[in-house]
Ligand binder design. Structure first.
Ligand code: CA
Length: 417
């Protein structure tokens, strides 16, 4: 039993008083005499109740809803859960852009054809992207999550790791509950607080969700039209560039300088054309000044992509390059474009520990990859590129088996003396 549970009964009577005292700073002297302690869940909730009141949540909701939230230890287990293996692009992509999702996406595009056309006109976002987001988020509403949102958010708000973010989301969830007359037990979603067909966090729901079907309610759980219009409105606010696509797969010349790759290095299409980059059929790119960044998520043996500003917009929805490519490609497939021109490469499957050991070794050798967290982020790719260049390997920033073996076999200078 968590330690805080034993103190609950003592706490109820004095919670409000203590909250008022702390708010006024009167409890400071008392605090100084006591050893520093992490607040109990109950204490934390009292603080959240004050914040909720200040944010305009009614006393009734603060007492009867927020006052009755439950601590759910399993939410923190989900939050701390680390995958055993490093996620590779081929693994991620093939699990998401599936024949089922493509077919179902086409079915949904046809089902909502007129409504989606109206949304495209109003918000600038083509329907096949909206359907692709919907498919990736919840399998078109099939998996919306069943965790109690308020309990989940309260648990995360009272955990130190991301307390500020989740406290704010919890308060937005309460405001949403009041505005939409929601019931606590129907506010369900992912363990991290995302809700409905398009998995909106409370802030996004409260700010950007729309009543697409015109029934006077904004219901992302039960209305497909509400969910689709909400996604369109949200994407428009995130900066969707009407009339442009997300990006495209391209082909690279054998002599390509892989140092040019990376989302932080956008260049005009005319620049890429000059480098010998072509479309997947070998046709020259247009001499346009449109900015595009080149991504090689699976290293030089996998597909290369040029991505435009709408790719950044997708990443503002979910900050993952793999996700962005999956959404964009799924949208393309839904409107009948073909599969990737280059087959997904068979990449080594590293455990998180193996990747951390590799990162640690590169740091020891003086190639800064940032924290050895087992994640293949921009810092790791940069350090790997520098190491590959030094070793005369293709500097694509991808930890191929050859690259990892090379790193592990180099002696660390300090240890050789
Ligand atoms: Ca509605």
């Amino acid at each position: 039993m968590p330690a805080f549970l034993s103190s609950i009964r003592y706490f109820r009577a004095s919670t409000l008083l203590l909250a008022i005292l702390s708010h006024a700073g009167l409890a400071q002297q008392q605090d100084a005499e006591m050893p520093e302690q992490t607040p109990t869940f109950e204490q934390c909730v009292v603080g959240l109740q004050q914040q909720a009141l200040s944010a305009g949540v009614s006393q009734d909701t603060v007492s009867n809803v927020l006052g009755n939230v439950n601590y759910l230890p399993k939410i923190l287990e989900y939050d701390r859960n680390q995958p055993e293996f490093v996620q590779t692009f081929p693994g991620y992509f093939s699990a998401r852009v599936t024949p089922w999702r493509i077919d179902k996406g086409r079915e949904m595009l046809a089902k909502h054809k007129e409504f989606l056309a109206k949304l495209t006109q109003q918000y600038g976002v083509p329907g096949h992207y909206l359907v692709a987001f919907w498919g990736l988020e919840t399998n078109f509403g099939g998996i919306k999550g069943k965790m109690p949102i308020l309990d989940s958010l309260a648990t995360l708000a009272c955990d130190q790791r991301r307390s500020k973010f989740f406290s704010a989301e919890l308060i937005q969830a309460l405001l949403l509950l009041e505005r939409e007359n929601l019931q606590v037990d129907t506010m369900v979603g992912s363990w991290a607080g995302a809700m409905g067909h398009t998995q909106f966090m409370p802030t996004a729901y409260l700010t950007y969700a729309k009543d697409g079907d015109g029934d006077g309610k904004v219901d992302l759980w039960n209305s497909e039209l509400d969910a689709l219009e909400s996604a369109a409105n949200f994407l428009q606010h995130l900066g969707w560039d009407a009339g442009y696509r997300w990006g495209r797969e391209v082909s690279l010349p054998t002599s390509f300088d892989y140092q040019l790759a990376g989302k932080s290095n956008p260049k005009p299409l005319s620049f890429w054309a000059k480098q010998g980059v072509t479309d997947t059929e070998g046709n020259t790119l247009s001499q346009s000044e449109l900015l595009a960044a080149l991504l090689i998520p699976a290293g030089h043996t996998g597909s290369a992509f040029l991505v435009y500003s709408n790719f950044d917009t997708i990443l503002r929805w979910n900050n993952s390059e793999y996700y962005g490519i999956a959404v964009g490609h799924l949208a393309d497939r839904i409107v009948g474009k073909g599969p990737l021109a280059k087959p997904l490469p068979d990449l080594p499957k590293y455990t998180l520990l193996e990747m951390q050991a590799f990162q640690h070794k590169l740091n020891q050798l003086g190639y800064d990859v940032g924290e050895a967290d087992g994640i293949l982020g921009p810092a790791t790719r940069k350090g790997v590129r520098a190491f590959q260049t030094k070793q005369g390997l293709i500097a694509d920033g991808y930890p191929s088996k050859e690259t990892v073996d090379a790193a592990l076999s180099v002696a660390v200078p300090e240890l050789t003396q």
